[in-house]
Design a protein around this ligand. Structure first.
Ligand SMILES: [Zn+2]
Length: 64
């Protein structure tokens, strides 16, 4: 049994680990994927506004 994931993974952090609320869900309407309380993002992985360089084909215009 390992308990290494119990909040001591942050190296060199001077602040106490702050959470962003518990039980938050994705901000995408209709998506209720739960977010980690330590995840500062507002969206789940599926809706996170990140670019996937491996995606080919259709290029969706940004800013629309
Ligand atoms: Zn989502």
């Amino acid at each position: 049994m390992t308990d290494t994931m119990k909040g001591t993974a942050i190296k060199g952090a001077t602040r106490p680990s702050r959470d962003f609320g518990e039980g938050r869900v994705c901000s995408e309407s209709g998506c209720d994927t739960r977010l980690s309380r330590y995840n500062k993002r507002e969206y789940c992985y599926s809706h996170a506004p990140v670019k996937y360089p491996r995606v080919r084909g259709r290029i969706l215009p940004e800013g629309t």
